[in-house]
Design a protein around this ligand. Sequence first.
Ligand code: MLT
Length: 404
Amino acid sequence: MFKVNDNYLKLPGSYLFSTIGRKVREYQEANPEKKVISLGIGDVTQPLAPAIIEALHSAVDEMAHAETFHGYAPDLGYEFLRSAIAKHDYADRGCMIAADEIFVSDGAKCDSGNIQEIFSVDNKIAVCDPVYPVYVDTNVMAGRTGTYDPKTEVWSDVIYMPCTAENNFAPELPKETPDLIYLCFPNNPTGSTITKDQLQVWVDYANKVGAVIIYDAAYEAYISESNVPHSIYECEGARTCAIELKSFSKNAGFTGTRLGYTVIPKDLKSGDVMLHSLWARRHGTKYNGAPYIVQKAGEAVYSEEGKKQLAEQVGYYMRNAKTIKDSLASMGYTVSGGVNAPYIWLKTPAGMTSWQFFDLLLEKANVVGTPGSGFGPSGEGYFRLTAFGTYENTLAALERIRGL
Ligand code: MLT
């Protein structure tokens, strides 16, 4: 008789954004005349930039001819894209990352969920609280998190690093020593960042205790302040302790096109074993590569035209971020984030839980956001709005919130 992986049964509820999607669908079915505005999931609304569309078209044309047709992509990504990433995202910033240390994939969500597979189930993870739920949920599925206490919403074997207003939403070094440390900066969900000096402290700590930092830099393109690092490899010693995850979703609008990459330096080892080799083995066995046409589109992100167009797109979303932040502040909300990140983190009005505020906003303002408690216990009493809507919808949503 077969048995299921009963770690799955430990997962409370469904995936955060599935729950929100269901609630919104139910509301919309019951109220078909209402025009709901979503500032919930961080999905982009601007079309792909012209340079990317052009690259896609021309790659599609190549697929139409036997001489230029492409079948399976190389396991780890096409050389043209890996080299463009190594140059533009690393060498140009003074970081030493070789093209063959970059693994192209179909997005950072999958990589951030899958990366835990190359580590022992005995490893102890440390996460920020609140946190992007994929990090914890995938470790639950792997059987690494112990038991869940529904009262405190805490897993017994996870080290939580609270990120609260008191510490400016920046985690402190944990008291208990972890093996794997998940960090995401600019942060999802709080929109906070840490400086290069602060990140250096984490790198030094990880090297000292023999931990690996899994650094999610999906929102790097939104950094506007000069002391905020774009990559963990800007820090000395990161090559021996850090894996970096990057996405093309937020900087270039690939949420539906799917492209990302993971960097594993060859210096990152457990004894003689390179994590690079394990991830290459995993990638080769379980993955057939991002489509050629999508990797060509990814290459266009680094062209002169592409860079210019994408800077404008990021600017568009950051105008939304500023508008949301300023408007909410003028209404008396306590807000943070939105300066180096496309997320605004606000305190719910006195006495309201995150989900109560979600319901109020959905039912009375027809605006969707993300309840802070969905990201972890320290997110209770907070709420996340995204700057990825259209400018018009962002203004309309704010008017409706003002009218509450
Ligand atoms: C979010 O809303 O947190 C993100 O869009 C989810 C993701 O990128 O997977």
